[in-house]
Design a protein around this ligand. Structure first.
Ligand code: SF4
Length: 500
């Protein structure tokens, strides 16, 4: 231990990380950081001669939602061309393979793996041949009754080639008594429960559908006369397009490749609207709007609210990059305490990172984050983070700040305690591994070595998210904080993202 650490005046012994290495991108579960696993991202194009290239840029902008695999399927009116591969969008696609993807409509996908299993068979879009021709499907989300439906279908003779929920929907469509794709999709979606944004291509049509609660975000955009669809609106900016509107919960938009017509339809009435609150807190990019609420602005309001609920006198405010920076700015604005870049993220520790020697194990966290000594040395620091999952990440970061000379570290979290697993496509540890499910706030404070700790109240969170949107578009899922799931959640529902 360094003299500086001994001299922190708090009588604490900093605990250094001695666990696994950070190895982002290879396997999300092997990460040094215990952040929540993200989901998947979908991107669709209709009515543009460069559908594949636009999809490439759109998926690239959605890369934060999944790094395991990427794929694009393009339709030219008669047949499908597709390419899928393991890895990042820029690794899977190049000029040569993009040029083979000719067509004016496309659906694309980036996948986050929850099982740790890297299988090309699970990469999306999934493409099938069925009695009516080709069928391609890409989804973001998780179907809570997929295991049940799958087992029934298997009893009836269906053979599954992937472990994906998406294939369950493909079988339901293929087995439908309806010949036309729109009726078959509606019938299939009425049988499934859960959270999803689907893009489906078949019979010369592209179909976009969002679950009846609106749990997963799904937006429509325009680029000239072309239509775009994406998990997040930041993908439209990457293509030169613009946000048009949200796909409504329970809505089905049908785009006909022969006529160019767009039909607004529904497969279900809107049930209790329950947009994932964690999208606002952590998952979505700050430049995205989810249900008409800008993510950066919502996070800033969370920071302001946090300051009102749990002010602490300090010298600097810093945010854990990247997702907590907006909330840290809000906290600083509200309190007048200067915002500083006390923590810096190293952006180049990704997939090619080689595991260092045993002696350097405890240095692993520093490959990813650095505390800026000249900013925090001798200072009382307020550290804003978006959530605490297992608690190990927070402990490491607090210790980084102490090692860099911080006199006090006060942790403020811009969400309520995360105490319940997600069944809707977010990869979460089991309930017993969630620190907030097994420890009090004071016990967590001790576990993460902080001088003080406060979590944003649920009321504060909801008011921060919903301040700017209309009554009609308010309604959020907060189940991971309050254990109130908007759908029936069967015990046997597989945790994690059904994209794999
Ligand atoms: S349980 Fe939490 S992470 Fe899952 S959809 Fe609801 S708010 Fe989002």
């Amino acid at each position: 231990m360094s003299d500086e650490l001994k001299a922190d005046g708090q009588g604490r012994s900093p605990r250094l990380w001695t666990g696994d290495f950070y190895n982002e991108g290879v396997n999300a579960h092997a990460g040094l950081f215990d952040k929540l696993g993200e989901e998947c991202g979908v991107f669709g194009v209709f009515g543009h001669s460069e559908a594949a290239s636009l999809s490439y840029y759109g998926l690239h902008a959605l890369q934060h939602r999944g790094q395991e695999s990427a794929g694009i399927c393009v339709a030219d009116g008669t047949e499908f061309n597709y390419h899928r591969g393991m890895g990042l969008v820029k690794e899977v696609f190049n000029n040569d393979n993009l040029q083979t993807l000719t067509g004016t409509a496309s659906i694309g996908h980036v996948r986050y793996s929850t099982s740790g299993e890297s299988k090309l068979a699970n990469a999306q879009p999934l493409v099938f041949k069925y009695r009516e021709g080709d069928l391609a499907i890409a989804t973001n989300g998780n179907l809570t009754n997929a295991p049940e439906i799958k087992s029934e279908l298997e009893k009836m003779g269906s053979i599954f080639q992937t472990t994906s929920d998406t294939e369950v929907v493909a079988h339901l469509i293929a087995r439908s008594k309806h010949d036309d794709i729109v009726s078959a999709v509606k019938e299939a979606l009425l049988k499934v429960e859960g959270a999803y944004a689907f893009l489906i291509m078949a019979q010369g049509k592209l179909i976009a559908a969002r679950d009846p609660h609106g749990l997963r975000p799904f937006v429509a955009g325009r680029l000239g006369t072309a239509w775009l669809f994406a998990s997040e609106s930041c993908a439209f900016d990457a293509t030169g397009g613009a946000y048009y509107r949200d796909v409504e919960p329970g809505e089905l938009l049908v785009l006909d490749m022969k006529t160019g017509r767009v039909t607004e339809d529904r497969f279900s009435p809107i049930k209790q609207r329950a947009v994932c609150a964690m999208e606002y807190i952590y998952f979505a990019r700050p430049d995205s709007d989810v249900d008409a609420v800008n993510i950066h602005s919502a996070r800033k309001r969370m920071g302001r609210q946090l300051a009102m609920e749990a002010f602490v006198d300090a010298d600097v405010v810093t945010g854990v990059p990247d997702s907590s920076i907006s909330a840290a700015i809000g906290f600083a604005e509200q309190t007048g305490i200067p915002y500083e870049l006390g923590l810096i993220k190293n952006r180049y520790t990704g997939r090619t990172f080689i595991q260092p020697s045993q002696e350097l194990r405890e240095q692993g966290v520093k490959m990813k984050l650095s505390a800026v000594r000249s900013i925090v040395d001798g200072k009382r620091v307020v550290m804003i983070d978006d959530s605490i999952v297992r608690g190990t990440t927070s402990l490491r970061i607090v210790n980084l700040l102490r090692e860099a000379g911080a006199k006090e570290v006060h942790v403020r979290i811009s969400s309520p305690p995360f105490a319940n697993p997600c069944f809707y496509g977010i990869d979460t540890p089991s309930r017993t591994e969630l620190i907030a499910a097994v420890k009090s706030v004071e016990e967590i404070r001790q576990a993460i070595n902080a001088d003080s700790l406060y979590f944003l109240s649920k009321e504060g969170l909801l008011s921060a998210i919903g301040q700017t949107n209309s009554e009609a578009t308010r309604g959020y899922c907060t189940a991971c904080f309050d254990n109130r799931y908007p759908t029936v959640v069967p015990d046997e529902a597989a945790l994690g993202c059904g994209c794999d």
